[in-house]
Design a binder for this molecule. Structure first.
Ligand SMILES: *Cc1c(COP(=O)(O)O)cnc(C)c1O
Length: 420
């Protein structure tokens, strides 16, 4: 059933895990390419379309290079991501810097590197515009539209910290006029799930209305929020329908505006989620009075989405793909609750088997940590029928690297604790 959603087969994953060792992440470049092409095709009616891949979803330099090769630009949220993008070979003008709540200094640093900056609050806009009126700036608008139903990933609504409220447009215009700065782009990113195209188009209308206030626009950036299926039956964004509806509306706006603007998107999850697989070995099969636990050689230090967002990642047993299906609770080794999935029907699991987590391309490795002083896993790119190691497993040196151990600090001093 799930074969329809994912294409890398178990033989390949088993081989890659045998060669590079689990736990590890495997990414399928063909899947990334087909997603990129699907989105491009959906908006083919728009003369000037720009996709800026959101680096934070999966920021390995080889992935960034692949995106550049496909013709993508880059959306970044920190100065370090900007630097990664430059290192990967992106031209500064193909990078947009869309941070939230960063210092004026960091924005100035990005602007000095020549990347397009995007400002999302009036305080910094006024300061930046006063000091650098010649640097064109994109502004992030909050249209106050609720997208999706999950409070952690809806960023356009009234209480959200993201963007400049549409109700503050008069103040924004005053700042632009007084500083003489140039606004060359306008942007929104309403949340991570476009479930209802009608809601998205409604938010877009607010953006078009706002855009009319600015005479020097080069682009309108609609952010992202393309939803991909995580399990059978999940609703996904109908990008083809969105492409037709928003594309036509955008072209009409450009006619009224009197200029062929660039329509920009910043997809992260859409491009890489389904291309990723996380493979981990089962350490222990533990029967309790209420369930059977499969405990893997991993935890939320490697894949936090199930615990952080309640995300449901499909789990399969790639060591026994034809075994009898049984119910399991798949958990990790972290000394806290770290449940990957409850009551999952999985082909019978034995200790030592390899489990595979699907949709492990977006916000998985990039959210990994060293909690419990564990190593972060390796990453492998499956490209043109071959596995390429793109990040090594960490080692003990990675855990101790930046720790400073002042010599003699606790030597020759009596214990502070009374042990008598
Ligand atoms: C995270 C982010 C994205 C990507 O969102 P996805 O849901 O992964 O497509 C796009 N734009 C901005 C500004 C972001 O912060």
């Amino acid at each position: 059933m799930l074969k329809a959603l994912h294409d890398v087969d178990t033989t390949i994953l088993n081989q890659v895990a045998a060669d590079y060792g689990a736990p590890l992440y495997v990414y399928d470049s063909a899947r990334i390419q087909s997603q990129f092409e699907r989105l491009t095709e959906a908006f083919k009616s728009v003369p000037r379309l720009k996709l800026n891949y959101a680096a934070k979803a999966l920021s390995n330099i080889s992935i960034l290079r692949l995106m550049k090769h496909l013709g993508s630009g880059l959306d970044t949220v920190s100065i370090q991501e900007v630097r990664l993008g430059l290192l990967a070979g992106f031209a500064p003008e193909d990078i947009i810097y869309t941070p939230n709540g960063v210092s004026l200094g960091e924005l100035e640093e990005a602007a000095a590197l020549g990347v397009q900056i995007n400002i999302d609050n009036l305080s910094v806009l006024e300061q930046f515009g006063s000091r650098h009126p010649q640097v064109p700036v994109c502004i992030r608008i909050n249209p106050h539209v609720m997208a999706g139903g999950h409070s952690k990933i809806s960023v356009g609504h009234i209480d959200s910290k993201f963007g400049i409220s549409i109700h503050q447009i008069p103040h924004l215009l005053r700042i632009v006029e007084l500083t003489g700065m140039k606004i060359n782009g306008i942007h929104m990113h309403t949340g991570s799930d476009i479930l209802d195209i009608g809601v998205f188009l409604y938010a877009s209308e607010i953006l078009f209305e706002t855009a009319k206030n600015f005479k020097d626009l080069d682009f309108i950036d609609f952010g992202s929020g393309f939803k991909v299926p995580y399990r059978e039956g999940d609703i996904q964004t109908n990008v083809e329908e969105l492409g037709v509806k928003l594309g036509n509306r955008f072209n009409k706006f450009c006619e009224e505006y009197g200029k062929d603007l660039v329509l920009t998107f910043e997809p992260g999850k859409f491009l890489v989620s389904q291309a990723g697989y996380f493979v981990a070995r089962v350490n222990v099969v533990k029967q309790t009075t209420s369930t059977v636990f499969a405990q893997i050689d991993s935890g939320f230090n490697h894949l936090i989405r199930p615990m952080f967002y309640g995300a449901s990642h499909e789990i399969t047993n790639i060591s026994n793909p034809n075994g009898k299906e049984r119910y399991y609770s798949v958990v990790g080794y972290i000394c806290e609750t770290d449940t990957f999935g409850n009551n999952r029907r999985i082909n019978e699991i034995s200790e030592g088997d390899l489990l595979c987590f699907k949709n492990a391309g977006a916000y998985c490795f990039t959210m990994a940590s060293n909690y419990n002083s564990r190593y972060r896993p390796a990453e492998v790119l499956w490209h043109q029928g071959k596995a390429h190691l793109i990040r090594e497993h960490e080692t003990f040196e990675d855990i101790t690297r930046n720790q400073v151990d002042p010599v003699g600090l606790f030597e020759g001093v009596e214990s502070a604790v009374n042990t008598k």
